[in-house]
Design a protein around this ligand. Structure first.
Ligand code: SAM
Length: 284
């Protein structure tokens, strides 16, 4: 039998899908992070008498052989977590990998995921994004991760627990730049759902309610505007005035402006010609 990965609501019970309901109803057992919490969810969904098996961060590895043998025996198993989609900053990956390596079947039953739910309504670019999940709680590691992400052009998505916010947001502003656009998506799908938008500095100065679950999204590193002829011209002119030869000025301007060296030569030649440089021979 396959393992069903069933996404469950982030907060609003109506976000359970019809398919998820059927799979949970038909499953012989439901694997879950916290049996008490999931038992309560299943009760609310009118599925009170399921056999619940705990599968969390700390017992996943040791549980894998047992679960594989249940699947081989033909038991139908569904995996859920406390909220959202299994395996996304939640348990399940090790089990899915073990099943896949044995040639077994894993069937995803899609539904809510905080990262995607936040992204789609954030107003930040959605065409390319990078999901980071929880940053390290060690300040040094979090800083290095942000340094590595500084040039990334995609929208960055972090899961940040309430107690991490106070340190992590200022670190983001310091490393990535305080004027980066950012969004704090809090209490998604719940009564007090909130999207706070601004620059990283504005959100650091006024982060809002410190309680509740949240996703932090940060706009990617702005792409450098392609060099215009004017900017190449002014760069070449400055270099020539500074004593560079035409060929060196062209080479340097190409590097500084990110344009083709041929293009910088053309501009340099033109300036040198117009302004009577005696280096024309060198270029020819
Ligand atoms: N598997 C989940 C998913 O699909 O999004 C994520 C689980 S992870 C352990 C929990 C984190 O997800 C929270 O710390 C928060 O960053 C985010 N999250 C979960 N529910 C949320 C909600 N209702 N509003 C905002 N963020 C939420």
């Amino acid at each position: 039998m396959p393992l069903y990965l069933v996404a469950v609501p982030l907060g609003n019970l109506e976000d359970i899908t019809l398919r998820a309901m059927r799979i949970l109803r038909e499953a012989d057992a439901v694997l879950c992070e916290d049996t008490r919490r999931s038992g309560h969810l299943l009760e609310l969904l009118n599925l009170p008498s399921k056999h619940l098996v705990s599968l969390h961060e700390y017992n996943e590895t040791e549980r894998v052989p047992q679960i594989l043998s249940w699947l081989e025996e033909g038991q139908s198993l569904a995996l859920i977590t406390d909220a959202g989609t299994p395996c996304i900053s939640d348990p399940g990956f090790k089990l899915v990998r073990a099943i896949s390596e044995q040639g077994g079947q894993v069937v995803p039953i899609p539904g809510p995921c905080a990262a995607i739910t936040a992204l789609c309504a954030s107003g930040l670019p959605t065409d390319r994004f990078r999901f980071i999940g929880f940053p390290s709680t060690k300040q040094g590691e979090a800083r290095q991760m942000l340094i590595d992400l500084k040039e990334a052009e995609e929208t960055l998505i972090f899961y940040v627990s309430p107690h991490q916010m106070g340190d992590f947001m200022p670190l983001c502003a310091e490393v990535l730049g305080s004027d980066r656009p950012a969004v704090l998506a809090r209490e998604l799908t719940k009564i007090h759902e909130e999207f706070r938008r601004g620059t990283l500095k504005q959100l650091c100065d006024d982060p809002g309610n410190p309680l509740g679950e949240r996703v932090l999204l940060i706009g990617g590193c702005p792409e450098e505007a392609p060099a215009t002829t004017e900017s190449i011209e002014s760069c070449v002119r400055m270099l020539l005035q500074g004593g560079y030869t035409v060929s060196r000025a062209a080479k340097e301007a190409a590097a500084r402006c990110g344009c083709k060296r041929k293009e910088a030569y053309r501009v340099a030649l033109q300036i040198a010609g117009v302004e009577g440089s005696d280096e024309m021979e060198e270029i020819k």
